[in-house]
Design a protein around this ligand. Structure first.
Ligand code: SF4
Length: 505
C-alpha cells in the first residue's frame, strides 16, 4: 500500500488542530488593528492572539473543542478508498490518544463517549475521484459552538428586524445577515460564513460547509455571488456585535457563497458558521508512497509570524482579584464590564454534569464556588492529570438548569461564553451570583492559568463531560451578567437588532 499515508494524515490532523492557516491569521491581525486595545473587544482579541501563538509553540489544540473532523479526499481513478478510509480513522484515533483531538464522538442516545473520536458518522470522510495522479486531502475541524449557530431558511420567510426575505438574491442577503445577527457571540465571533443557495436540505448544508474550504481572500468566479459576498462584507460589521459578542467593529471575517440547483418548489438558504478558530488545512500526497508532496493553504518554507508577544494578559490595573470560595457581598459588588482575575478552586461542568445535578446531590460542596462551562482536553501523566486545552463552551445550553443549580447549591460564579438567558439572569439577581464570559476558543491561554488538577468526579460521563477539580491562578474573565439584573448580551442583541433593521431593511 502507501507506507507514508498514515503519517501524512496524522501530520495533517495535528497541524490543523494547532496552527491556523495564514489567511485566517491575517484576518485576525486585521481585526486586532480595528479594535482599540483598551476595549473589551480589544482585550478579547489580544487573548485570542496569544492563544494562537501558544498553540503553535506547544503544539497544543487551538481550541479544546476540536470539532467534527471532516475530510474531503480526492483520489486518482482506481485508488483503494476502503483502505484509505481505515487509515484516516486510525490516524484520528492516534491524534486523539496524543491529545491533539479531544474525544468528541458520543453515542447519540446514551451519550457515551467512544473515547477515540470513532463511531457511526465520525469522523466524516468524503471521497471523490479526479483525473489527476495525486491524492488531495483537505480537513476542517469545526466545533460544536459554531455548528450550533448554523441556520437554514426556506424562502419566502419572515425574519425578525428584516421583514420578508423573498426568493431573490436580496432575500438571500437578508438570510445571511439574520444568521450572523442570530449567532451573536455564541459561535465565537469574529467568524466566517459559508453559504449555499438552493440544493435540498441535506446538500445545501454540505455545500455551505464546503464553501469554508475557500480562502478568505478568494474571489467568487460567479460575479453575482461575488457581489453578494462583497455586499455582506461591506455592511455586516455595522451590526457591531464584535468579538465574542462584546460589541465592536469586527463581527465577520469572511463570507463565501455557492449555489446548487433546486427543486422549483424549494428555495433553501443554508448558512454554515465557523468561529475565529477556523481550522482548515490540506495536503497533496505522492500517489506512489503517500508522502506529503505539498501543503495546501500554507507554505512551510515561510516562517510563522507570531500574532503577539508573550507578555501575558495586558493588565490595566482595574482588574478585580477573586479567590474561591467567594462571598455573596463580593459578588454583589461586581457589575457588568468588570474584569476579574480568578484564583483558587474551580469546577468544570457541561451538559452531563448540569443534567446530573438536577437529580443528584453534587459530588463536592459547591457553596461559594466557581463553575466553569468547559470540556477540557486532559491527558494522563503518571498517577495524575494535566489539562492541555481548556477554553469555555457555549453556556446557553445550560439555560434550562443553571438557575436551579445556583439556587440549590450556592454557586457564586458561572464562567462560559456567549451569555445566558432570562431565567439565569433572574437567578443571579435573586441568589447573588454572576456570569463571567471567558474568551471562547482560547484553550491554550486558559490552560496556562490552570496550575493543578486536584481531582475528578463523574468520570463515567467521559473526559470532556466529567467534573474536573482545578486550581487556577489569575484566570481572567469579564462580568457580562451581574447580580443587579444587567446583561451585556441582552443589550448587544437589542442594539445590533436596531442596526440590522438599518442595514438590512
Ligand atoms: S472557538 Fe468557540 S465555537 Fe470555535 S470550536 Fe472553539 S469553542 Fe467552539
Amino acid at each position: 500500500m502507501l507506507p507514508s499515508f498514515f503519517d501524512s494524515v496524522l501530520q495533517l490532523i495535528v497541524r490543523t488542530s494547532t496552527d491556523l492557516p495564514p489567511d485566517v491569521r491575517s484576518a485576525m491581525r486585521h481585526a486586532r488593528g480595528a479594535e482599540p486595545e483598551s476595549t473589551r473587544a480589544g482585550q478579547a482579541l489580544a487573548i485570542i492572539a496569544q492563544n494562537i501563538d501558544l498553540a503553535v509553540d506547544n503544539e497544543g489544540a487551538i481550541c479544546q473543542d476540536t470539532g467534527m473532523p471532516t475530510f474531503e479526499v480526492r483520489v486518482p481513478v482506481g485508488a483503494n478508498q476502503i483502505w484509505m478510509r481505515s487509515q484516516i480513522r486510525e490516524a484520528v484515533a492516534e491524534a486523539t490518544r496524543r491529545g491533539k483531538l479531544r474525544p468528541n464522538s458520543v453515542d447519540s442516545i446514551t451519550g457515551k463517549n467512544s473515547g477515540d473520536n470513532l463511531g457511526p458518522g465520525t469522523p466524516i470522510i468524503h471521497f471523490d475521484q479526479w483525473e489527476h495522479d495525486e491524492i488531495e486531502i483537505k480537513l476542517i475541524l469545526k466545533g460544536g459552538g459554531c455548528e450550533n449557530t448554523n441556520a437554514q431558511y426556506a424562502l419566502p420567510v419572515e425574519l425578525a428586524h428584516l421583514g420578508r426575505a423573498d426568493r431573490t438574491l436580496e432575500g438571500v442577503r437578508k438570510c445571511i445577515l439574520h444568521a450572523v445577527w442570530n449567532a451573536q457571540g455564541k459561535g465565537c465571533s469574529p467568524g466566517a460564513v459559508g453559504v449555499c443557495i438552493g440544493g435540498d436540505r441535506t446538500s445545501g448544508y454540505l455545500h455551505a460547509k464546503e464553501q469554508l474550504f475557500r480562502t478568505l481572500d478568494d474571489v467568487n468566479q460567479d460575479g453575482r455571488l461575488g457581489e453578494l459576498e462583497a455586499s455582506i462584507m461591506s455592511t455586516v460589521n455595522a451590526l457591531e456585535i464584535g468579538p465574542m459578542g462584546f460589541g465592536g467593529k469586527v463581527t465577520l471575517i469572511g463570507c463565501k457563497v455557492g449555489a446548487l440547483n433546486r427543486l422549483p418548489a424549494s428555495f433553501f438558504v443554508s448558512v454554515a458558521y465557523d468561529c475565529w478558530a477556523f481550522r482548515r488545512l490540506g495536503v497533496v500526497l505522492n500517489p506512489s508512497n503517500g508522502a506529503i508532496a505539498r501543503w495546501l493553504y500554507r507554505d512551510p518554507s515561510h516562517p510563522i509570524i507570531p500574532m503577539l508577544d508573550q507578555a501575558g494578559f495586558a493588565r490595566t490595573g482595574r482588574e478585580i482579584a477573586l479567590t474561591a470560595p467567594i462571598s455573596e457581598d463580593m459578588i454583589r459588588s461586581l457589575k457588568v464590564g468588570d474584569v476579574v482575575m480568578l484564583s483558587g478552586r474551580m469546577f468544570t461542568g457541561r451538559d452531563a454534569v448540569h443534567s446530573h445535578l438536577m437529580k443528584h446531590e453534587p459530588p463536592v460542596d459547591l457553596r461559594g464556588s466557581i463553575l466553569y462551562h468547559c470540556g477540557p482536553v486532559v491527558v494522563k501523566e503518571g498517577d495524575g492529570w494535566r489539562v492541555t486545552a481548556a477554553g469555555p463552551t457555549t453556556s446557553i445550553r445550560e439555560e434550562p438548569y443553571q438557575g436551579d443549580i445556583i439556587k440549590r447549591y450556592g454557586v457564586r460564579a458561572v464562567i462560559g461564553k456567549g451569555g445566558m438567558g432570562a431565567k439565569t439572569l433572574a437567578a443571579l439577581k435573586e441568589h447573588g451570583a454572576v456570569y463571567l464570559n471567558a474568551i471562547g476558543g482560547a484553550a491554550q491561554f486558559y490552560a496556562r492559568a490552570i496550575k493543578r488538577v486536584d481531582d475528578v468526579s463523574l468520570m463515567e460521563f467521559g473526559t470532556p463531560e466529567a467534573m474536573w477539580h482545578l486550581t487556577v491562578e489569575d484566570f481572567p474573565a469579564i462580568v457580562t451578567m451581574d447580580a443587579h439584573g444587567n446583561s451585556l448580551h441582552k443589550d448587544i442583541e437589542q442594539e445590533s437588532g436596531k442596526q440590522l433593521e438599518m442595514i438590512g431593511g
